[in-house]
Design a protein around this ligand. Structure first.
Ligand SMILES: Cc1cc2nc3c(=O)[nH]c(=O)nc-3n(C[C@H](O)[C@H](O)[C@H](O)COP(=O)(O)O)c2cc1C
Length: 198
């Protein structure tokens, strides 16, 4: 029998067209994120920060993205962008993933031997946490995807949600009920990506 983690890892997909699901509550999201805190981070420094936007606050985020994208997208190409944004906006909420650069700077001072590593490790910390939240969502039948509208949206988001100056936006994860089936996922052969010895 498959372990539960195997199933969740296989179930997690990028679902970009979302619907609102009244069963996805703040409590469910809080539980998923609470679990994701088990994600490791360099020196256990936990440099990542999350902002969870639900309901009308979530709508506001995608209004900001739309406003900014209209400024940089040719008008005749915007219909496609609009459709994509509406797919995200249709969901219950969006998690904004930040890194606290002030914490990373402090680590560089406290551990000078690894000073040149901490910027990369901050990105690793964030990526691992993103994946942990993604899995915890998948386990709860919450569909989501990973988006990157930073830095276009950074200034307006910072103003709207009172984001500390040292927080740097890394990724956005809109979530809700799946309103699309993901396509077939392809994988490189194991022997192309792994070398086994012994
Ligand atoms: C670092 C990283 C960045 C990604 N950026 C985006 C993105 O900006 N927009 C998007 O729609 N998907 C993004 N994705 C999702 C990938 O395209 C997706 O995970 C991959 O195609 C495999 O599909 P699956 O997630 O359905 O298994 C990103 C994934 C990773 C790991």
């Amino acid at each position: 029998m498959k372990a539960r983690l195997d199933e969740v890892m296989e179930k997690r997909r990028s679902i970009r067209t979302l619907e609102r699901d009244s069963r996805i509550t703040r409590e469910t999201v809080e539980k998923a994120i609470g679990l994701a805190r088990h994600a490791p981070s360099a020196y256990n420094a936990q440099t990542s920060r999350l902002v969870v936007l639900m309901n009308e606050e979530h709508g506001k985020f995608w209004d900001i993205a739309e406003k900014e994208l209209r400024l940089v997208t040719p008008p005749d190409a915007f219909a496609r962008t609009q459709k994509k944004l509406d797919g995200f906006r249709g969901g219950n909420g969006t998690v904004l993933f930040y890194e606290d650069a002030a914490e990373t700077e402090k680590l560089k001072q406290d551990f000078p031997l690894y000073a040149d590593k901490f910027d990369a490790w901050a990105q690793h910390n964030n990526a691992i946490l993103e994946y942990a939240v993604w899995l915890a969502f998948a386990e709860r039948e919450i569909a989501s995807s990973l988006q990157h509208y930073n830095p276009l949206v950074d200034a307006d988001a910072a103003k709207e949600w009172d984001i500390p100056e040292s927080w740097v936006l890394v990724a956005q994860m809109p979530f809700g009920r799946a309103a699309e089936e993901p396509g077939l996922r392809t994988f490189k052969p194991l022997d192309e990506i792994v070398k086994f010895y012994g």
